[in-house]
Design a protein around this ligand. Structure first.
Ligand code: ADP
Length: 168
């Protein structure tokens, strides 16, 4: 091990760090897209210091929406929810950063009526069924949702020069 050049350690360290960096799936729902909130929502994640590693716009089919929301299929609002998600363009994204799954949910808020001002749903939405944004609720969901919406080659790994100022 001691015979390895320092650079190899550095590269290895960076790879370890990159592998451990958390990713979450975030989607701007059809209401957010129609209301012109794409840049507003991206700005909030971007200025926090999270890193965009995947993005596309697509109209999910109803079947695709059902796959995305499969965990909610027993709920009475399931069909309406899937019809809504597939009713127009959705901006699908993967954001990366330390704690991005949990903190992404904080940026998003919960029920628009209960969310604090300062959160996306608190500031930009009024009712539960039109809450402009989706974010993975945990590490397992994040993994599943990222692989449902993105092929591995659609995601990029890169160093952002601001990272040393964000993470120290
Ligand atoms: P979240 O998106 O905050 O993680 P859930 O996973 O509980 O919320 O629900 C998924 C989505 O289903 C919500 O974002 C919302 O659009 C919709 N939804 C949840 N509850 C209701 C409801 N009671 N009536 C209509 N739509 C609902």
């Amino acid at each position: 091990l001691l015979a390895l050049p320092t650079a190899a350690f550095m590269i290895q360290d960076q790879e370890v760090l990159a592998a451990e960096m958390e990713r979450t799936f975030i989607a701007i729902k059809p209401d957010g897209v129609q209301r012109g909130l794409i840049s507003e929502i991206i700005t909030r994640f971007e200025r926090k210091g999270f890193k965009l590693v995947g993005i596309k716009i697509m109209v999910p089919s109803n079947g695709f929406a059902q796959k995305h929301y499969h965990g909610l299929k027993e709920r009475p609002f399931f069909n309406g929810l899937c019809n809504f998600l597939s009713s127009g363009p959705v901006v699908a994204m993967v954001w990366e950063g330390e704690g991005v799954i949990r903190y992404g949910r904080k940026l998003i808020g919960t029920d628009p009526q209960k969310s604090e001002p300062g959160t996306i749903r608190g500031d930009l939405a009024v009712v539960l069924g039109r809450n402009v944004i989706h974010g993975s609720d945990g590490p397992e969901t994040a993994k599943d949702e990222i692989s449902l919406w993105f092929k591995p080659e659609e995601l990029v790994s890169y160093t952002n020069n601001a990272e040393k100022w964000i993470y120290g």
